[in-house]
Write a protein that binds this ligand. Structure first.
Ligand SMILES: Nc1ncnc2c1ncn2[C@@H]1O[C@H](COP(=O)(O)OP(=O)(O)OP(=O)(O)O)[C@@H](O)[C@H]1O
Ligand SMILES: [Mg+2]
Length: 249
C-alpha cells in the first residue's frame, strides 16, 4: 500500500525525521509508537502530502513512486486522516460532514440532499452504532460527544473507499466507552480490506488492535516487530529501554 524510503525532515536546525524506512501492507494495521516529539505526526504529515520531505527520500503508493506528493494527490490515492480535533466541521450537520467535499448531486446538477440524508442515516445505524435518540442526520456536529465525532470521521473514511486510514491520537480525551468504540472501528478497518496507521500513547489501546508495531525515537526507527513476535509485557519492557537508552535490544 505504502512505502517510505530514507525519509528525512528538518525544520531549520531540528531534525524531526532521519532516514526513516516505513511500510504499510494492504489490510494491515500498523501501530506507530514513540515519545512526545519522536516524529510520529511529522511522518503522518509527509504521508498526507502536508509536509515535503528533505531531498533524497522516496515515497511509493502501491509500488509506484510519487514525487512531490500534495494533499489532494494523497487524498486521491486513498489517504484519509482522522485527528481528534480537526476532523469535522463543527457548525455543520452530520450528513454534511459525511459528504463534505464529495456531495452527491441529482441529474439536474443540484445537491441531492434527500439521498445524502438517507445514506447518512443508513451509515449511522449500520456503521457508527449510534444509539442515542438525540442524534439525527441533521444534528450539528458540535453537539456530539468526542467518541461520536471520531465515529463520524472514521465512518466517512471507510465509506469513501479510503485505502489508508491514519488515526493520530484519536482516543485523546475520550471516555472509556468512547475509546472502546474507536478501537472497534480500528478493528473493522482490515475487515473492510483497508490499511491503517494507528498512533496512540496508550500501549494498552494499541497492542490489541494492530498487526505490527513501529517504534520511533528522536526521529529514527528504533524497532519494528509483528505483534506475534512480542507479548505486551515484552513490548512494555522494550519501550522503557528505548526511553532510557535509545536502543530496543
Ligand atoms: N512545523 C514545525 N516546525 C518546527 N519544528 C517542528 C514542526 N513540526 C514538528 N516539529 C518538531 O519535530 C519534532 C517531532 O514532532 P512531531 O509532532 O512529529 O512529534 P510526535 O511524535 O507527533 O509527538 P507527540 O506524541 O507529542 O504528538 C519535535 O521536536 C517538534 O518540535
Ligand atoms: Mg503528534
Amino acid at each position: 500500500m505504502l512505502r517510505l524510503v530514507n525519509i528525512s525532515k528538518s525544520f531549520g536546525e531540528v531534525k524531526s525525521l532521519e532516514n526513516v524506512n516505513f511500510a504499510v501492507w494492504p489490510g494491515e494495521v500498523v501501530g506507530l509508537l514513540g515519545d512526545n516529539g519522536a516524529g510520529k505526526s511529522t511522518l503522518v504529515k509527509i504521508i498526507t502530502g502536508y509536509h515535503r520531505p528533505d531531498p533524497g527520500g522516496e515515497i511509493y503508493f502501491h509500488g509506484r513512486r510519487v514525487e512531490n506528493l500534495t494533499v489532494p494527490q494523497a487524498r486521491r490515492l486513498g489517504v484519509e486522516t482522522v485527528y481528534q480535533e480537526k476532523a469535522l466541521a463543527d457548525k455543520q450537520s452530520l450528513w454534511r460532514n459525511i459528504f463534505m467535499g464529495r456531495e452527491l448531486s441529482n441529474r439536474f446538477g443540484f445537491l441531492d440532499v434527500a439521498r445524502m440524508r438517507r445514506e447518512t442515516e443508513a451509515l449511522m445505524t449500520a456503521k457508527m452504532g449510534f444509539t442515542s435518540k438525540a442524534v439525527t442526520t441533521d444534528t450539528v456536529v458540535r453537539t456530539l460527544s468526542g467518541g461520536e465525532r471520531q465515529g463520524v470521521a472514521i465512518t466517512r473514511a471507510l465509506h469513501f473507499d479510503a485505502e489508508l486510514i491514519i488515526l493520530d491520537e484519536p482516543t485523546m480525551a475520550l471516555s472509556l466507552s468512547e475509546t472502546r468504540k474507536v478501537l472497534d472501528f480500528v478493528t473493522s478497518i482490515p475487515q473492510a480490506g483497508k490499511s491503517c496507521i494507528f498512533i496512540d500513547h496508550n500501549i494498552f489501546h494499541v497492542y490489541p488492535v494492530v498487526d505490527r508495531i513501529v517504534v520511533l525515537d528522536r526521529g529514527r526507527v528504533a524497532g519494528e516487530f509483528a505483534k506475534a513476535e512480542v507479548t505486551l509485557d515484552e513490548l512494555l519492557e522494550r519501550l522503557y529501554r528505548v526511553a532510557k537508552t535509545g536502543e530496543m535490544t
